[in-house]
Design a binder for this molecule. Structure first.
Ligand code: HEC
Length: 196
């Protein structure tokens, strides 16, 4: 395991869900690229879920100004496939709802950053994305919570904490999906979850 930042957990809630997320479009790579026409659709679809105000990521990427400031960083993170975070190796079968950028999407971002991160015509922008609040994968049919908030002390080093929650089920249940909701996402970096 590589070292990570804050992994302390606030109030834990794991929901079992039934829905999945849809896939991606294909940008045109045969001409010069602009933020409004080419890059914004990629960022809105693949990054905005976390990189938005109050999202899990430390900064929003939904405006031209925000994206231009980090154009090189975005190009590097996507080329190295650090972003969007998705652990499976491409080319060996895909998972439903996979989060990889396609090669052409990565190429679009490379060309945009290398050509000075131009804005283009704002009229080309796709509609601003919207997100539901609360459960992101739909209403769960089982919610398991830690009985009382786990208090994360201020300052200090990152640390990990293991929580074991028993599932209140008496028959065999098959899990199609789950979602982790920290009570305070500002102090939680990530969770590794196993369901037995
Ligand atoms: C699942 C949530 C999530 C998605 C989706 C996501 N990011 Fe991130 N991103 C993060 C988090 C969290 C961090 C902060 C990383 C950390 O603290 O270790 C981050 C950090 C970054 C950074 C800074 C990396 C650095 O080296 O400092 C860049 C650039 C970035 N993301 C770009 C993107 C782009 C571009 C996309 C879409 C193609 C994307 N991210 C999609 C969660 C996400």
């Amino acid at each position: 395991m590589k070292p990570v930042r804050n992994r302390a957990a606030g109030l834990l809630a794991i929901g079992v869900v039934v829905s999945t997320i849809a896939g991606a479009g294909q940008p045109d790579t045969a001409r010069s690229v602009t933020f409004s026409k080419d890059v914004a659709p990629i960022l809105f679809e693949h990054c905005g879920g976390c990189h938005r105000p109050d999202g899990a990521a430390p900064f929003s990427l939904l405006t031209y100004v925000a994206a231009r400031q980090r154009a090189r960083l975005i190009a590097t993170a996507t080329q190295r496939r650090v972003m969007p975070p998705w652990k499976s190796e491409p080319g060996y079968g895909e998972f439903v709802g996979h989060k990889h950028l396609s090669e052409s999407e990565i190429e679009v971002i490379q060309r945009w950053a290398a050509s000075g991160a131009p804005e283009g015509d704002p009229h080309d922008l796709p509609p601003s994305p919207t997100w539901v609040s609360g459960w992101q994968l739909g209403q769960p049919d089982l919610v398991v919570s830690w009985p009382e908030p786990y208090v994360v002390r201020a300052g200090g080093q990152d640390y990990s904490r293991t929580f074991v929650l028993s599932l209140p089920v008496s028959t065999v249940r098959y899990v199609r999906g789950f979602e982790f909701r920290p009570g305070n996402s500002g102090v939680v970096h990530h969770a590794n979850i196993r369901i037995d």
